[in-house]
Structures are given as C-alpha cells and as structure tokens.
Design a protein. Structure first.
Length: 94
C-alpha cells in the first residue's frame, strides 16, 4: 500500500513538472525584424598623426601622416589664425 502511494506521487510528479532542458545554447544575437542594427555599420578608419603645423598669415596648415604606409601626407587648412592642430585625427578620405 505504501509503495503504491509512493509510485503514484512519483508518477504524478513526473507528469505535471515540465522537462528541464539540459543543453544550453548560450547567448545568441538575433535583432527583431525591422530594427536598425548599428553593429553592421561599424567601419574602422585609419588614424593620422600630426607631422607639421605651419602658421601662415590668416591661416593654419596642419600636415598629417597616415598609419597606412605608402600614402601621401595630408594637409588640412583650418582657415583661422587662432586655431591649433590636433595631435591625432581620423584620416580624411581625400
């Protein structure tokens, strides 16, 4: 009698408790449909370092050297005598 009662409790316990998944899938990234995903837009651009700063009348000329070898130095005209060149910038395209 006691064994039957334990069997009934055990079987009902198995029936009413949902099975537990043992296989973990980890974190997955799946954006919702129609949302804008910024991670696809990341573009790594090379840095340019300051080589020379020239002060001419009514202008400041900054000359930058790219990280990429073989590229020419880039000159940027700031257009104001009071401005100062930054030590490192993102390289302009052209």
């Amino acid at each position: 009698m006691v064994i039957n009662k334990k069997k009934i409790v055990f079987i009902s316990f198995l029936i009413f408790i949902p099975p537990i998944e043992t296989e973990s899938i980890g974190r997955t990234y799946a954006p919702e449909e129609g949302t804008f995903d910024r991670r696809k837009r990341i573009v790594i651009q090379p840095k340019c370092r300051l080589v020379k700063e020239t002060i001419v009348p009514d202008d400041v000329v900054c000359e930058y050297q790219s990280q990429n070898r073989g590229e020419k130095n880039k000159e940027i005209f700031l257009g104001a005598p009071g401005n100062v060149c930054q030590k490192e910038i993102t390289c302009p395209k052209k």
